[in-house]
Design a binder for this molecule. Structure first.
Ligand SMILES: NC(=O)c1ccc[n+]([C@@H]2O[C@H](COP(=O)([O-])OP(=O)(O)OC[C@H]3O[C@@H](n4cnc5c(N)ncnc54)[C@H](O)[C@@H]3O)[C@@H](O)[C@H]2O)c1
Length: 260
């Protein structure tokens, strides 16, 4: 317990799935959590859930990660209301299921929408966090994907965006280290995870969720679909001072998929 005591953690995409689970775990470990998402209804639910449990403190902040001014407002609120901005999880992401995304079928509109959220939004998050953290240090955690490490035949734009997150993470890590900011930056590469996005991807792949889940499960070396907590525990380590000597890491949490 209390692995994040005294820290203020911003989590984008925290209204759902992996971001939500990071918010629950971080609050439980003593962080003040800022639930940042464009989905206000579900974001408020997650915030209330944390505060009602009496197991930490959370607030909701409306954020479209693609809008620079909203990042500025978020950082100002963090520092103004809570005194610091110590951890950022860039978790907001777009997959655009239901459309075929092979190199032959990908549309330019889908391509631009995916890059706007998954890499441009993440870049704005990193830039905002560095400015807020450079005096007293901090930890930035970028949620990439195993799709950023391997060919993504059916998710070409998504795979490209996640490969860009992997590469950009290392640039942020090296820049902050060279400047002596005490800001670390690491990426997490989930395999298939049981969230709304993961379930959409599995049902799109086969036309039926149960069939899709079973097909994925059999193809994973550890023979299990990942749960949001599998990623939240990894993010908790990277957010905490336990990982103080870790930067530029690509932490793969995928049941062994990337080994194949
Ligand atoms: N689920 C998986 O199988 C899987 C695998 C690898 C990587 N990931 C990555 O993990 C992250 C979280 O995914 P998830 O599975 O929890 O998905 P999810 O769909 O459950 O949650 C994504 C969240 O991002 C928010 N979001 C989307 N666009 C936004 C924007 N412009 N501004 C602010 N918020 C926005 C959504 O409102 C939602 O709350 C994503 O980056 C995703 O690409 C997921």
């Amino acid at each position: 317990m209390n692995r994040l005591q005294g820290k203020v953690a911003v989590i984008s995409g925290a209204a759902s799935g992996i971001g939500r689970q990071c918010a629950l775990r971080f609050a439980e470990q003593g962080a003040t959590v800022v639930i940042a998402d464009r989905d206000a209804a579900n974001g408020e639910v997650v915030s209330s859930e944390i505060n009602a449990a009496g197991n930490g403190r959370a607030v909701f902040q409306q954020l479209d990660v693609t809008v620079a001014e909203q990042w500025t407002a978020l950082a100002e609120r963090c520092v103004g209301d809570f005194g610091s901005f110590d951890v950022l999880v860039n978790g907001a992401g777009l997959f655009l299921s239901g459309i075929e995304h092979t190199p032959e079928s990908e549309t330019l509109d889908a391509w631009h929408s995916i890059q706007a959220v998954n890499i441009e939004g993440l870049m704005l998050g990193c830039k905002t966090a560095i400015a807020a953290m450079r005096e007293s240090g901090g930890s930035i955690i970028n949620i990439s994907s195993v799709a950023g490490l391997k060919a993504s035949i059916f998710a070409t734009a998504y795979g490209l965006s996640k490969g860009a997150v992997r590469q950009y993470t290392k640039s942020v890590a090296a820049h902050c280290a060279r400047k002596g900011y005490g800001v670390r930056c690491n990426s997490i590469h989930p395999g298939i995870i049981n969230t709304p996005m993961g379930r959409d991807a599995m049902s799109t792949a086969s036309g039926d969720l149960d069939v899709g889940m079973e097909r994925y499960r059999k193809a994973i070396p550890l023979r299990a679909i990942g749960e949001p907590d599998d990623i939240a525990w990894a993010a908790l380590y990277l957010a905490s001072d336990e990982s103080r000597y870790v930067t530029g890491l690509e932490m793969v949490v995928d049941g062994g998929v990337a080994t194949l």
